[in-house]
Design a binder for this molecule. Structure first.
Ligand SMILES: [Zn+2]
Ligand SMILES: [Zn+2]
Length: 332
């Protein structure tokens, strides 16, 4: 009998599914690609044809121009070569999907990036039992336990209300984190205008077009200092300390990221108010997911593999790392 998953070939630049002649999240241009979600490290431009959710294709179009591709709805099965392929929600960002591959009586699930906790901007992660679970491991250390999102949002609102003469400037990734933050604030009854850096505009518009309404969101550019006192302003992390932020009214610098658990990362960016809000599974979510799916093997794509592989070994689950390159922390 052939080795389990012998038809799935990991290469440094991505996972090749030979009987479908297609790559999953390749970091180099390929003739045919399956893309889990729109973050830059998973969705590169320049592929011949892309299979992804309609939302992911729209995000890729927004970043890379027109995408020759096939939109797939969640749950729809496409026969590619000798493989049945379907996409199920990953709960990571709008349109994010796990890729379910079935061939020769084996089922392999490629998670892409995922999380288990609720996110008002996207469909929740759907567990699919499988023979091989190919998982990310961004926060795969027991020290990473993300707190409740609501309590982090409460801390942000408290600081805002205690400082009516200042603004709270929050660094948030343009795809996913910014929109989630806005909706989490709305859920905590914050309906005031939220001001955004120009670099967030296109993706906020795209979320709106895709049916995720964000409420009163306005460009921060051109708004006077006084009008910004007592408001929340969002910018990409790279703009937190640059010239752009100097015209804001004495900003309280915040950042929303799973890495804010690490004090040094907060200090590096001069973050006064670290908010631990992540779009990736924490240690408990990663291990719970493997327990839920009960796969025969776990393959780890990127992140901190060792602890997760050790955890699997203790439970008699075969696990290995794939050493893929080109995945970054863009989207934490
Ligand atoms: Zn990623
Ligand atoms: Zn991602």
């Amino acid at each position: 009998m052939a080795r389990l998953g012998s038809w799935i070939e990991p290469f440094p630049e991505g996972i090749y599914v030979a009987p479908a002649d297609i790559w999953v999240d390749p970091s180099r241009p390929k003739p045919r690609a399956l893309v889990t979600h729109g973050h830059g490290d998973h969705a590169r431009g320049g592929h011949g044809a892309v299979w992804a959710t309609a939302e992911t294709l729209a995000i890729m179009e927004c970043r890379h121009g027109p995408q020759p591709g096939m939109a797939m709805a969640y749950g729809e099965v496409a026969r590619l070569g000798d493989v049945d392929v379907s996409l199920v929600p990953a709960g990571h960002v709008l349109g994010s999907a796990q890729i379910v591959l079935e061939h020769g009586g084996e089922r392999v699930v490629v998670s892409g990036d995922y999380k288990r906790r609720p996110d008002p901007t996207c469909a929740p992660f759907e567990p699919v039992p499988c023979d091989i679970f190919i998982t990310e491991a961004t926060f795969a250390l027991p020290v990473f336990r993300h707190p409740d999102t609501g309590s982090e949002i409460d801390r942000l609102l408290e600081r805002l209300h205690d400082n009516p003469d200042r603004c709270v400037l929050v660094g948030a990734y343009a795809l996913g984190k910014a929109q989630r933050l806005i909706l989490e604030l709305r859920r905590r009854s914050h309906h005031d205008p939220i001001y955004i850096h120009g670099a967030l505009q296109r993706l906020c518009d795209l979320y709106e077009e895709q049916g995720v309404s964000l409420g009163d969101v306005r460009p921060a550019t051109g708004v006077g200092k006084d009008a910004l006192r007592g408001t929340i302003v969002l910018c990409p992390p790279g703009a937190l300390n640059d010239r752009w932020s100097r015209r804001l009214p004495d900003p309280i610098t915040a950042m929303a990221s799973g890495w804010m658990r690490v004090r040094q990362r907060a200090r590096q960016r001069n973050v006064e108010l670290p908010l631990i809000i992540s779009d990736h599974a924490d240690w408990d979510e990663l291990t719970r997911t493997i327990a839920d799916l009960a796969p025969r093997e776990v393959w780890v794509t990127h992140g901190r593999e060792d602890a997760l592989i050790h955890w699997c070994a203790l439970r008699q689950i075969k696990a290995k790392e794939l050493n893929l390159v080109g995945y970054e922390d863009e989207d934490d």
